[in-house]
Write a protein that binds this ligand. Structure first.
Ligand SMILES: [Zn+2]
Ligand SMILES: [Zn+2]
Length: 154
């Protein structure tokens, strides 16, 4: 399992391999030491049960989605179809627009889910079984505030 840790002190993201299970990492950007405590399930890529960064047990699942890729396809499709529309071949234009939307849908459908920690926003990628629910704003509000108070950001 690969984990992307958000540094609590600066905007850096720090990749960590759970199999190696380091006891601590140092942020390459601000030098802050982040202590890690891996559970057995995380280390063995079986499940995300406890966050190694903040010890929280509340997670949500979202698509591993890069919005820029999807947007690029739609914009390219719109530009090309606008050119055809301009030259009076509007059926071709609609066809291109439709296929751009279709490509987007296919790309989106093939994306894998990843698990995110509500408190510290660490991201967990791996072959483990997804068990968390979808994102809930109310839960996020409460847990984020709790975490930020803990790391001294508020
Ligand atoms: Zn940092
Ligand atoms: Zn966490």
């Amino acid at each position: 399992m690969h984990i992307l840790i958000r540094c609590p002190a600066c905007p850096a993201s720090l990749p960590v391999s759970a199999a190696e299970g380091p006891a601590a990492i140092r942020c390459g950007r601000c030098g802050r030491e982040i202590r890690l405590a891996f559970s057995e399930a995380v280390r063995e890529d079986r499940a995300v049960d406890r966050c190694p960064v903040c010890s929280g047990a509340d997670f949500y699942v979202r698509k591993d989605f890069n919005p820029r890729v999807g947007l690029g396809v739609v914009i390219a499709g719109a530009l090309v179809s606008a050119a055809f529309y301009w030259t009076g071949r509007d059926l071709v234009a609609y066809g291109i627009l439709a296929s751009a939307a279709l490509i987007d849908l296919v790309v989106y459908g093939r994306l894998k889910d990843l698990t995110v920690c509500y408190r510290c926003h660490s991201e967990f990628r791996g072959a483990y079984q997804r068990r968390a629910d979808a994102f809930d704003l109310h839960t996020a509000d409460i847990l984020e505030m709790e975490y930020e108070r803990k790391v001294g950001r508020r």
